[in-house]
Design a protein around this ligand. Structure first.
Ligand code: PHB
Length: 386
């Protein structure tokens, strides 16, 4: 470097004031991801993180001229931790939004904080219908259980199932699923013989499944949060429902895509309704699944991975609508009415409720190229939370 260059460099350094530094920092916008990366819900945390990171890998980390920075924190699936981390992210890290929430109680725990701080929270899993109504700063990109359940209840009634027993996890989304199933199935002429609930913590499904089998219904309807699908299905297959002539149906949670292959051929033919299948036949999904599997060897994306991906998309687009303004109220206005093509199909954010509107598909487990897949064969289009 010659003397002239040195003088210019020194002049630039001198002009770089704290004000410039603050401006550069303002160019970065932070999202706090609060995920269960340890504990019983860890598979959901892993999927959300993989989906969010993949979105940035494929679409870059800039939106509305700002660098989008993810701050990832583990709540272990414990609501007190979720609440504490949300507070820290909002107060200390000055995040523009928080996102994640692997279980209903974890989302509910941040409601009062986001309302007070006017900070948006993007729900990437928690599926109890009422959650988004508890704060004007919630927006949901995942699903609701009534939305997921109604189509399989209708399909069952239309396809020869006259009696059913439901077995669900005993908390918000389980009760939502059970109520939605009974309402729709009975309106369509079916009869629910009994509604059984297994505790969420330390799940022991055997007594409930045995009771369901003893009642000899045409079908048993199942819901558990996706991380429990593997242990539930092992016990379902051990009980021999198929041999007893009892059909196994449910929302796709009970036959989680990530764990489907490990469930084995006993799952073949089972029918569920859900917003996402890794086998969804679209160019967007084929590209998504290939990129996801390349970035995460041995991991098949499930609904949670897609929600991590779509959650970031929603934030990027909302920020573009505000022209980079991160005020909570402007961002919330930005989320309302967004619509795009997700790997799951066409989706939108209801401008009135801030909840997800999407197709729900009826799928059958089939084997293709040596793997089990949920093959979609019917669509209930544009379903809102009923
Ligand atoms: C929930 O806690 O709301 C929840 C979690 C996992 C699911 C569905 C619902 O698969």
């Amino acid at each position: 470097m010659n003397r002239r260059h040195l003088i210019i460099a020194a002049a630039i350094a001198a002009a770089w004031t704290p004000a410039h530094q603050a401006m550069a920092q303002q160019q970065s916008v932070k999202i706090g991801l609060i995920l269960p990366l340890t504990g019983p819900q860890a598979s959901s945390g892993r999927q959300m993180l993989a989906g969010a990171r993949l979105y940035q890998a494929l679409n870059g980390d800039m939106a509305a001229g700002k660098k989008i920075e993810l701050i990832v924190r583990d709540d272990g699936g414990v609501a007190d931790q979720t609440r504490r981390i949300a507070q820290e992210l909002i107060v200390n890290d000055k995040v523009a939004a928080i996102a994640g929430f692997g279980l209903t109680p974890l989302a509910l725990a941040v409601g009062p904080i986001i309302t007070q701080a006017k900070t948006p929270a993007i729900i990437m899993v928690a599926g109890t219908g009422m959650i988004v109504g508890t704060s004007p700063y919630f927006v949901r990109v995942s699903f609701t259980l009534p939305q997921q359940t109604m189509p399989i209840a209708q399909w069952a009634a239309d396809n020869g199932v006259k009696t059913a027993v439901s077995v669900v996890s005993d908390y918000g989304p389980g009760l939502d699923a059970q109520n939605a199933f009974k309402t729709r199935f009975e309106r369509a002429g079916g009869k629910v013989l009994e509604q059984l609930r297994a505790p969420l913590a330390a799940p022991e499904f055997a007594p409930f499944l045995q009771r369901a089998r003893d009642l000899k219904p045409d079908a048993v309807f199942l819901f558990v949060p996706t991380p429990q699908a593997g242990s539930l299905m092992k016990q379902v297959l051990d009980r021999g429902f198929a041999e007893a002539g009892i059909r196994v149906i449910g929302t796709g949670d009970a036959l989680d895509d990530e764990q489907l292959n490990a469930m084995g051929d006993g799952a073949l033919g089972m029918i569920t309704s859900y917003n996402y299948s890794a086998a969804h036949d679209s160019p967007e999904n084929k590209a998504f699944v290939a990129a996801f599997r390349k970035a995460n060897p041995n991991l098949r994306p499930n609904v949670v991975g897609v929600s991590g991906y779509d959650g970031l998309h929603a934030f990027y687009k909302a920020l573009e609508k505000t022209g980079g303004d991160t005020s909570g109220d402007r961002l919330m206005a930005g989320f309302k009415g967004l619509s795009w093509t997700s790997p799951r199909g066409p989706i939108s954010i209801d401008p009135q409720t801030r909840d997800i509107v999407q197709n729900i598909y009826i799928r059958r487990v089939e084997k293709k190229d040596g793997e089990l897949w949920h093959m979609e064969f019917a669509t209930f289009p544009n379903q809102k939370n009923p």
